[in-house]
Design a binder for this molecule. Structure first.
Ligand SMILES: [Zn+2]
Length: 322
């Protein structure tokens, strides 16, 4: 099965769509075209990685474009075999006086719904607070997420540069609003920061899932703590190489995660930036890391149970798993 539990809308803009949308916002074509402007040539740092993601931001300046990009993201996921796509999105970057948060969120939800209706796959939107935004802005995002709970938004996340903005305390209020609205809680943590960031995300923000968590393995006590508490880790192996979280795929901590008994799910993070997709990431588990058929089935089971979906979608995914 292909259940994508860590993928960013900003990382799924088709280059052909970028070319078309650039014309509508009078954005000059980059020297080597949009495909190369968005994609990374080689692994670097999280900061460099996020700069390439940010190259897509001008395409989120109209609600119609947001809707289109979201719709196409679902089409692309379905055409590459996804059973379920959870997309995350930081709306505050794209809102301004003309386009409020609610409008942007509604446009993304509409695009997802249109894609889901056409393709038959299930989808959900996870709104992301951003580390470099102030608490007030992130609280507004949480309130917008709460208003759209049940209308497409299924979860809340914290994304952005963990190297530059490691503290989690500024986000407590936003996450308490999201939890009160019944949203699923995940958090990018221990991706560039230390192992303790994962535990902090669980204890301070209420995260049940951790994005990447590559550095959890640096501290055996923290690894054991995460396993004891059933903290689900969303692994995105190719992304971790490109952000510099690990120096090569061989350094990926998945074996240590498996050995410790951590529940794992899979994502492709920003596939347009790194030239991957979920099917490729799943193939890596088998080919590169030697996962057995039983281990892949365990990944599927964990994914079905950890997905931020309603009862009907979970039942449908469980039935497909059988
Ligand atoms: Zn991510």
């Amino acid at each position: 099965m292909l259940i994508n539990l860590h993928s960013h809308l900003e990382g799924r803009v088709r280059p052909s769509t970028a070319t078309e949308l650039a014309l509508t916002v009078d954005l000059p074509e980059p020297t080597f075209g949009w495909e190369r402007a968005i994609a990374l040539d080689a692994p670097g740092t999280l900061t460099q990685y996020l700069e390439r993601v940010a190259a897509t931001y001008p395409f989120f300046r109209s609600t119609e474009s947001v809707r289109r990009i979201a719709r196409e993201a679902v089409f692309d996921a379905a055409s590459t075999g996804h059973d379920h796509l959870e997309l995350r999105f930081g709306p505050a970057t794209h809102a301004d006086n003309e386009r409020g948060l609610d409008e942007i969120v509604r446009a993304a939800c509409e695009g997802l719904r249109e894609g889901a209706e056409s393709t038959g796959i299930s989808v959900g939107l996870v709104l992301a607070a951003l580390r470099h935004h102030d608490s007030e802005t992130n609280t507004l995002v949480a309130r917008a997420a709460a208003r759209a709970a049940g209308a497409g938004v299924v979860g809340f996340d914290l994304a952005g540069d963990e190297l530059l903005y490691p503290a989690l305390e500024p986000f407590e209020e936003a996450f308490s609003i999201a939890r009160a609205a019944g949203l699923g809680i995940t958090c990018h943590a221990a991706e560039a920061g230390p192992a303790s960031a994962a535990r902090q995300a669980v204890e301070l923000l209420g995260a049940t899932r951790i994005g990447h968590g590559a550095h959890i393995v640096d501290d055996p006590d923290m690894l054991a703590w995460c396993a004891d508490h059933g903290v689900v880790v969303e692994i995105c192996p190719t992304s971790n190489v490109y952000t510099g979280a690990i120096s090569s795929l061989d350094e990926h901590p998945e074996a240590a995660f498996r050995k410790a008994g951590l529940p794992l799910v899979l994502g492709d993070d920003n596939p347009m930036q790194t030239g991957t997709d979920l099917a490729y990431e799943r193939a890596l588990l088998q080919r590169q890391f030697g996962w057995s058929g039983d281990e892949l089935r365990a990944l599927d089971r964990t994914s079905v149970e950890a997905a931020f979906v309603d009862d009907a979608d979970r039942a449908r995914l469980r039935a497909r798993l059988e």
